[in-house]
Design a protein around this ligand. Structure first.
Ligand code: HAM
Length: 426
């Protein structure tokens, strides 16, 4: 039997996993500064959560969910995104009752969508996302957008493009919805069956149909920006004003509708241009979702957030040849010769590690030459050599690999010596 990894998933092996750890740590550090706290929710949820939260006319819910029945006959779904789960948890754990609002949360974890796998599009991918729930202040919108942009720019990415739009409040959306119906209805039979269904249920979804993207009515469809009421317009203006003041550049794209149903008012995406990506690729997306918490049975609690995939981020870093500062070396490699010296090395290794050093030795009976090669491969900063003679004289030979400098020191001083040397070089 030849068992292989499922399509659209990947193993992240040592050598690559350090990059993941690095960008995850950067995300955590950024969230600390913006005062967002980590939340961890289950990878599966009741299917209904996503049907109601993400919306049952979306591609995600209609075509991309990993849904299964458990042994108790319940319908469960591997989460395709994090916002619905966070909103559910917000309601279930009564976070709305806490004095400190908005509740500012972030998550890093795997999401699952049954999509056609291609470069940057996986069936299991990791999202870093933030959600701020419990405030309708446009300053929170600006904060969330700035956080997303900061993350990329602090990692050194160039060629980023922030695109924003407003999807309006309930009243504006209703007016726009009617305009869309009036626009598409007379010729709806020229559209795909999905779009025909969307016309009454959720005409906004027609605008991001991939099959009918080139239909002439798509280009002339009424723009949401022409249907924003006074309040929604003022809200959007305030978000733009704050971004301007913060020096975050953006473009307004009235065609930006996003693929999930919970959005209203602010919607945004961050794209990247340049080699390695074909034309332009979306790195992340987010927006405001003022009705979601209520939809899930909670009190009125407006929210906003975004999510990005770490896979796409790593692709972008690679395409721009950005090297992350990853420590690859180990502090000390012990080279031992002879049975007794090997036993002693095992104990010394244990003590080095207890003192906080990264250290290793040979376990497959390599000759000294092979052990020195291992030390090189592991980029050891020091190699300590212990043979039978040294052992007898209660000494050990310590070599600084970069300078080649070699010193014989008393075995009893070895651990302290190594520890001090490490501290000096920090
Ligand atoms: P989304 O636009 O569906 O929004 O996904 C956000 C990001 O996840 C995308 O921009 C992309 O980087 C990444 N992504 C999506 N699908 C895949 C895939 N198949 N493979 C690799 N990466 C992918 C959301 O998920 C919303 N929950 C965002 C949000 C948070 N809105 C408010 N709060």
């Amino acid at each position: 039997m030849n068992i292989r990894i499922p399509r659209g998933t990947q193993d992240i092996l040592p050598g690559k996993v350090e990059q993941w750890q690095y960008i995850e740590e950067k995300a955590r550090d950024l969230c600390r500064r913006y005062n967002y706290k980590e939340i961890r929710t289950p990878v599966f949820e009741q299917t209904e959560l996503f049907q109601r939260g993400v919306g049952d006319t979306t591609d995600i819910v209609q075509k991309e969910m990993y849904t299964f029945e458990d042994r108790g006959g319940r319908s469960l779904t591997l989460r395709p995104e994090g916002t619905a789960s966070v909103a559910r948890s917000y309601v279930e754990n009564k976070m709305h009752g806490e004095a400190q609002q908005p509740t500012k949360l972030f998550y890093i974890g795997p999401m699952f969508r049954y999509e056609r796998p291609q470069s940057g599009r996986m069936r299991q991918f990791v999202q870093f996302g933030v959600e701020a729930i419990g405030s309708a202040d446009p300053a929170v919108d600006a904060e969330v957008i700035a956080l997303a942009m900061d993350y990329y720019s602090e990692l050194g990415l160039k060629g980023l493009k922030l695109v924003i739009n407003s999807l309006g409040d309930k009243e504006s959306r209703e007016a726009h919805r009617q305009a869309l119906i009036d626009h598409f209805q007379p010729r709806i039979n020229e559209f795909c069956s999905d779009c025909q269904e969307r016309l009454e249920k959720n005409p906004l979804r027609i605008l991001d149909c991939k099959k009918d993207a080139d239909h002439e009515l798509m280009k002339t469809a009424p723009s949401i920006l022409d249907y924003l009421n006074e309040e929604s317009t003022a809200y959007f203006e305030k978000v733009k004003f704050l971004l301007d003041q913060m020096g975050v550049s953006y473009e307004v794209d009235p065609a930006l509708v996003r693929g999930l149903d919970y959005y209203n008012n602010t919607a945004f995406e961050i794209m990247i241009e340049g080699k390695g990506f074909g034309a332009i690729t979306t790195l992340s997306g987010g927006g405001r979702y003022n009705g979601l918490v209520e939809e899930l049975g909670g009190p009125e609690s407006p929210g906003i957030g975004f999510a990005l995939s770490l896979e796409r981020l790593l692709m972008a870093l690679e395409a721009q040849e950005i090297n992350l500062e990853i420590k690859e070396s180990i502090d000390c490699y012990l080279v031992a010769m002879g049975e007794k010296a090997k036993d002693k090395a095992a104990v010394l290794l244990y003590e080095l590690r207890k003192e906080g050093l990264t250290a290793d030795k040979d376990y497959i009976d390599r000759k000294p030459k092979g052990q020195f090669k291992s030390a090189d491969r592991l980029k050891a900063r020091y190699t300590a050599i212990l043979g039978e003679n040294e052992l007898e004289a209660e000494k050990i030979n310590v070599k600084h690999m970069e300078t080649g400098e070699q010193k014989e020191i008393a075995l009893s001083d070895f651990i302290t010596y190594m520890k001090e040397n490490m501290e000096e070089s920090i």
